[in-house]
Design a protein around this ligand. Structure first.
Ligand code: C2E
Ligand code: CA
Ligand code: CA
Length: 878
């Protein structure tokens, strides 16, 4: 019937959650010696650890006070000392305490059973074999029935002076059977109870405020670990309150069952929150995925324990929860330690906080068992541990947010920087769409927008907006001579110099490539080698001097790559609102103006309405030219060429003439560009070639055996049908191909070099000769020229015409002759206007001579007779 307490301890573990390990250490031990408890007024608080005997009732029969006091049972009593802790002992246990009051006065005392979770407590105080006090209390009873309204069982009794008395306690509980007892002086108890209330109030208050604060924090920043943390805090409050009996005292005084279940469910729920908090706080998902699974799994188990706590019989649920909680403690501590070892700062905080809380729990249990001594601060170890842990977690969370916020700020800053870069790149793209790729100056688009703005802001009267176009002359030649890279550099340098010059003119207007006004731009790069700038002037006449200033600026020699270069320029100017009412017309008129200025004589031109008419007139010229070709209204003249050494007839250059029915003679220099631009060139060349070869046939038949030179335009070289045209025309007139010399200007030959090379090779393959016309004006590189299949070089007439008077020209002509001879070309000098020039050329060994001094271009008949007559005339000079 009787069970030894040691046995029951070994089989069952104490329920005082979670002091699993400690419980076993606190096993009460039986002793044979029975001592009497002296009630001493000097000792207002007496912790009972000996002088107690117990008797286990067993499940079969309920014993009464008389039963346990009967002499037959006197042997069944066993003395016990230390902490009374039977673990899961469901049978009722009787306790007997022998008290002795040695003082003459009667002493009133409170027996406090400090474990609040006992189902039934029956208290009997027997003085002189008389039952003087009896209380039936316990969790099964309503709280209101307690003799003293306190969270633990406080049972007052009175011991008369100089007397012995006994206390018989019958205790039965569904949970852990622990009976720590203290005998109090009532005054002392009141004081201690007040202290306890204050400290607990502070504890619950602190944790609750923290929990609410964290919850509010969660509502604003939605960080999940906060809601778990808040759950932990609430859980801690409820669990400790339930464990200490506070909930029973204040919240559930009439619901002992609910109080019982509250404890069984609050603890597992707190552990669930704690596991989730651990996983989220330590960022296990990212840092330690395996540990994360373990912790989340643990939380799952605790959730089951929560359900078990609500449904299973009390002792079963309590035991399961105890076991599980103990395991979870170890797991969480290990996970926190591992996380700390892996360098997670939160891990360190976690271990500190968690071990403090755990320490608090252990000390609390030890205290409960009386091992750590007395009531007071030590008795608050669980609460203290919890508050400290909560504080550490709060600090750690704060620190984590601070770190995360800092990291977020860094990321955000990075993001902002990259966004700014992207914007800048976009702005540059937009800007580059308004900038000239090469010089970085505003382009035509930007110019048009700026002009529009300038027009909009122009005062109503008295002001004129002048748009000046500047076009660099012969830049193509520089391109070829210098190569594209250097020519581009040169153009950029020139553009910069010109821009600086324009900026300094007070009347100049800013032309910005973008909305971000760059006042240093007053020049636009319209296209190729054409620039534009605008001015506001009161008197339009001022523009002539401004334009001259600009032209001088451009034409100023430039030291470039150890060369002394000078670039020519033509300028055109148009006015708003005088002769152009909108930006489009203003631009067009400025173009027309510089177009009309395209001469050495008048490089600066101001738009005049009649020049535009002239342009319209050019249009009619085009239709007239077409008609002239169709109606054979054109004619050819032939300019004879003679051998330099012998003066013998060498050949004829064909030159085109157009006698316009209304406008009279129009020089080829004027109508050939029109033909080139209007697509008439193939037809025109076909016409010239046909007539030239026909005449040549006649010359041959008249006995003039020589070459026939025909000028061709670069447009012809780009025409796919050209080769076939030449071949078929030669065939038509039965002219031997080697008699035909096709003259291509130096600049034309250099344009689209590879394509020209191909065409000229094909012509050469047909035995047709190629001549480079106007040699010396195009600055072309001889190295390039040598790659072309060329037989003849014609020195430009500008060098020849004045070589008899101009030493520089003479030197140039001599150099060209020497150089080209060395390369094996035939040299033709055209534009010989004097005897002296002819003599000089002869001395230099020039192969062929042509010019007014020898003969002017002549109609076919006259040319024929000239040759026949000159045969004697010139042979005499040889
Ligand atoms: P070019 O091929 O250089 O023709 C030579 C030009 O010099 C001719 O002018 C000729 O009249 C002129 N000339 C000849 N000897 C002298 C001289 O001693 N002194 C001076 N001051 N001038 C002389 P023209 O006929 O006015 O032709 C001008 C240009 O028109 C030609 O220059 C040529 O490029 C082009 N051209 C003429 N006819 C044709 C043609 O049928 N087809 C093509 N594509 N172009 C042509
Ligand atoms: Ca020519
Ligand atoms: Ca020429």
């Amino acid at each position: 019937m009787l069970r030894l307490p040691e046995l029951s301890m070994v089989r069952r573990l104490p329920v005082a959650w979670p002091a699993i390990a400690v419980g076993t250490l606190l096993i009460a031990w039986a002793t044979c010696a029975q001592t009497t408890i002296e009630l001493n007024p000097e000792q207002p608080r007496f912790m009972i650890d000996e002088g107690v005997e117990y008797l286990i009732e067993g499940p079969d029969r309920r014993l009464s006070l008389d039963d346990v006091r009967s002499p037959e049972r006197s042997d069944d009593w066993t003395a016990i000392s230390g902490v009374i802790n039977f673990g899961f002992q469901r049978d009722a246990v009787w306790y007997r305490l022998d008290l002795r009051n040695t003082t003459p006065e009667s002493l009133t005392r409170h027996l406090e059973i400090r474990y609040p979770l006992l189902t039934r407590v029956d208290f009997h105080h027997v003085v002189d074999d008389q039952l003087v006090t009896h209380y039936a209390t316990g969790l099964a009873q309503s709280f209101r029935e307690r003799p003293i309204n306190y969270r633990t069982f406080v049972l007052p009794f009175s011991a008369p002076g100089d007397s012995s008395s006994q206390i018989y306690l019958r205790i039965q509980t569904n949970g852990s059977h622990q009976v720590p007892m203290v005998i109090w002086d009532p005054g002392e108890f009141l004081q201690a109870a007040q202290d306890d209330l204050l400290i607990h109030g502070m504890f619950y208050g602190t944790l609750l405020i923290m929990a609410v604060f964290v919850l509010l924090l969660y509502a604003s920043i939605r960080e999940r670990s906060l809601i778990y943390f808040s759950g932990v805090l609430f859980g801690l409050v409820i669990s400790t309150a339930a464990l200490h009996g506070t909930t029973f005292q204040y919240l559930l005084p009439n619901s002992p069952q609910v109080q019982e279940r509250l404890m069984l469910t609050a603890i597992p729920m707190t552990v669930v929150f704690f596991c989730m908090f651990c996983a989220s706080f330590l960022q296990l998902g990212e840092r330690l995925p395996k540990a994360n699974r373990l912790v989340v799994g643990t939380a799952g188990c605790m959730l089951i324990a929560f359900v078990a706590g609500a449904l299973l019989p009390y002792h079963l649920a309590a035991e399961a929860i105890l076991w599980l909680s103990a395991i979870v403690c170890i797991i969480l501590l290990a996970v926190g330690g591992l996380s700390a070892l892996r360098g997670n700062r939160n891990g360190i905080y976690f271990v500190i906080a968690w071990s403090t809380l755990l320490g608090g729990i252990i000390v609390n249990v030890l205290n409960l068992g009386g091992l750590t001594g007395r009531y007071g601060i030590i008795g608050m170890s669980l609460e203290g541990g919890a508050v400290f842990a909560a504080a550490v977690f709060a600090v750690a969370l704060g620190e984590r947010f601070r770190r995360e916020t800092a990291a977020w700020m860094r990321e955000h800053k990075k993001h902002l920087t990259s966004l700014r870069r992207q914007r800048e790149a976009e702005r540059q793209v937009v800007e580059s769409a308004r900038q000239h790729r090469l010089t970085g100056l505003p382009n035509r688009v930007a110019l048009e927008q700026c002009l529009q703005n300038q027009i909009n802001e122009l005062p109503a009267a008295g002001q004129h907006l002048a748009l000046v176009m500047l076009h660099l002359k012969n830049f193509d030649d520089l391109n070829r001579t210098l190569g594209h890279e250097y020519a581009d550099q040169l153009l950029t340098t020139l553009a910069r110099r010109l821009n600086d010059g324009v900026v300094q003119i007070p009347q100049s207007m800013t032309i910005a490539p973008s909305s971000s006004d760059k006042p240093d731009h007053a020049l636009a790069h319209v296209e190729g080698v054409t620039f534009a700038c605008s001015f506001t002037v009161e008197e339009p006449e001022l523009m002539t001097s401004i334009m001259q200033h600009l032209a001088d600026n451009v034409q100023q020699p430039l030291d470039f790559e150890q060369m002394h270069l000078s670039v020519g320029v033509v300028c055109g100017c148009a006015y708003y609102p005088d002769d152009s009412q909108d930006v489009g017309t203003l631009l067009r008129h400025a173009f027309i103006a510089y177009g009309s200025a395209d001469t050495d004589v008048r490089p600066l031109a101001i738009y005049r309405h009649d020049e535009n008419l002239h342009n319209a007139h050019r249009l009619t010229l085009m239709t007239d030219l077409k008609q002239a070709i169709d109606n054979d209204n054109l004619s050819l003249v032939f300019q004879p060429q003679v051998r330099g050494d012998s003066g013998e007839y060498f050949g004829m250059e064909t030159l085109l003439r157009w006698e316009h029915p209304r406008q009279g003679f129009i020089p080829p220099d004027q109508f050939i560009p029109v033909a080139e631009r209007s697509g008439l060139m193939p037809a025109l060349t076909a016409w010239v070639l046909d007539k030239a070869l026909a005449s040549h046939k006649r010359f041959e038949q008249a006995g003039l055996l020589g070459t026939i030179s025909v000028n061709i335009s670069p447009v012809n070289l780009r025409d796919d049908g050209f080769l076939e045209l030449v071949r078929s025309t030669l065939e038509k007139h039965q002219v031997e191909p080697h008699r035909l010399v096709l003259e291509v200007t130096e600049t034309a030959a250099m344009r689209e070099f590879e394509r020209t090379l191909k065409v000229l090779r094909s012509l050469n393959d047909l035995n047709i000769q190629i001549s480079i016309d106007d040699f010396g004006t195009g600055h072309s590189s001889l190295a390039y020229l040598r790659r072309l299949p060329v037989q003849e070089i014609k020195i430009d007439r500008s060098f020849v015409m004045e070589m008899d008077r101009n030493q520089d020209d003479l030197t140039i002509v001599r150099t060209i002759i020497d150089m080209c001879h060395n390369l094996g070309y035939r040299i033709v000098a055209e534009g010989i206007e004097s005897d002296r020039s002819l003599q000089l050329l002869r001395e230099m060994g020039c192969d062929v001579a042509q010019g007014y001094f020898i003969a002017r271009p002549l109609p076919p008949d006259q040319a024929e007779s000239w040759v026949q007559q000159s045969g004697t005339q010139h042979s005499g000079e040889q």
